[in-house]
Design a protein around this ligand. Structure first.
Ligand code: GDP
Length: 417
């Protein structure tokens, strides 16, 4: 009766216990059988599993425990990540391939490394001596000896249980009883010392998160600095390139294509001649009757005409002087143009032959001071002559000689009346 009451009290106590969330890490060398074990616990068929590359997580409910097991990859290069899970872990499941004697030393070193870690030392550890179904697999005692397990666990104050098992023998409810037993033992130890363990885990987890945050910030800072340095380098490089390209531009001689299209030159000449002819005939037609819209030159011409007509024959003598003055002026203009075009030079090459110039004619200067021109006298003016009109026809230069030298004239002068 007393025992029945005691059992009832114990059951009631357990029933009142809150659900506890427990995290475990499952580690061991690659190919030890971790994934097969995890799957078996979860109730999945454990054979034909691929070795864990990264990590996998399984969740299960065991009595009052909600258990999360991190199945961490055991490859040499991936073992470094194990420590990231130590802080939140309440206990360790270490899987050993008992059939692989050659790797026992490596297994021992790995286990030692795990137990010595400050976030693992003092926590319970379940060692699963797996692959017992395989011929020649080491028994429990041999495994303990090969791993110097007693020494290790004593050194690091870890409560330890070893279970010889075979992960592929069954799964779910039919899972190897040793695995089930080992898991019960681990959870029992955790439950027994849950408060102390929980406090430690909370503390370690907070520290770990702070550390991770700090590492994250440091990483971000490193990335930012690297980016800044790279951008600075790129800016400097761009500036260098910009300067050098400017220097190149400055030093680079301007190359002008010496080949001007002859067709365009001829066309332009013909157009000009045509225009001149028209204007000439119009002048003849509208002698004394100027058109409504006149150009500036034409207006000047007209004014000159009126002026000339009023002076009649008296001015015939002036014509010679005028022609000379005009010739001189045009020559001067030509020189000036030549000089200015030379000063502009380099940039504005004479791509087009100059055909038309501003025909602004200054009032006739009858002063004797007008220099005499060596230009041969033009033909006598026709009856009812107007103000001399100057038409400059482009000189058709040979291709490749579009550049003028200092004295050469780029055009010939032709006077029309
Ligand atoms: P992990 O790398 O530690 O996760 O190892 P796996 O669970 O992937 O198992 C590696 C190989 O061992 C797989 O081919 C499994 O089928 C096999 N294996 C796992 N446990 C046992 C076992 O108990 N007995 C036998 N014979 N093979 C097993």
């Amino acid at each position: 009766m007393f025992s029945l009451m005691a059992n009832c009290c114990s059951w009631f106590k357990r029933w009142r216990e809150p659900v506890r969330k427990v995290t475990l890490v499952m580690v061991g060398l690659d190919n030890a059988g971790k994934t097969a074990t995890a799957k078996g616990i979860q109730g999945e068929y454990p054979e034909d599993v691929a070795p864990t590359v990264g990590f996998s997580k399984i969740d299960l409910r065991q009595g009052k425990f909600e258990v999360t097991i991190f199945d961490l990859g055991g490859g040499k290069r991936i073992r470094g990540i194990w420590k990231n899970y130590y802080a939140e872990s309440y206990g360790v499941i270490f899987v050993v391939d008992s059939s692989d004697e050659e790797r026992m030393e490596e297994t021992k070193e790995t286990m030692s490394e795990v137990l010595r870690h400050p976030r693992i030392s003092g926590k319970p550890i379940l060692v699963l001596a797996n692959k017992q179904d395989k011929e020649g697999a080491l028994g429990e005692a041999d495994v303990i000896e090969c791993l110097s397990l007693e020494k290790l666990v004593n050194e690091h104050k870890c409560l330890c249980q070893i279970e010889p098992c075979s992960a592929v023998l069954g799964y779910g409810k039919k899972i190897d009883k040793s695995i089930k037993k080992g898991l019960y033992w681990l959870l029992h130890i955790i439950a027994r010392d849950f408060d102390a363990l929980n406090e430690r885990i909370q503390r370690d987890t907070t520290e770990q998160r702070a550390l991770e945050e700090q590492e994250k910030r440091e990483r971000a800072e490193r990335v930012r600095k690297l980016r800044e340095e790279r951008e600075q380098r790129e800016r400097e490089q761009a500036e260098l390139n910009g300067t050098s390209s400017l220097a190149e531009l400055d030093s680079e001689p301007i190359i002008v294509n010496p080949f001007q299209p002859i067709a365009s030159v001829i066309l332009e000449n013909e157009r000009k001649l045509e225009k001149d002819k028209k204007r000439h005939s119009m002048e003849k037609d509208s002698d004394g009757c100027p058109p409504k819209h006149k150009t500036e030159n034409e207006q000047i011409e007209t004014q000159s005409q009126i002026s000339d007509n009023s002076q009649k024959n008296n001015e015939l003598g002036i014509v010679e002087n005028y022609k000379e003055a005009l010739t001189q002026q045009l020559e001067n203009e030509d020189d000036t143009d030549q000089r200015s075009s030379e000063s502009d030079n380099s940039k504005k090459k004479t791509k087009k032959l100059r055909i038309k110039r501003s025909h602004r004619v200054e009032p006739v200067n009858t002063d004797d001071s007008a220099p005499k021109s060596p230009t041969p006298p033009p033909p006598p003016p026709p009856v009812g002559w107007g103000t001399p009109k100057v038409t400059r026809l482009p000189k058709l230069e040979p291709l490749g000689e579009t550049r003028h030298n200092g004295n050469a004239k780029g055009s010939v002068l032709k006077y029309t009346y």
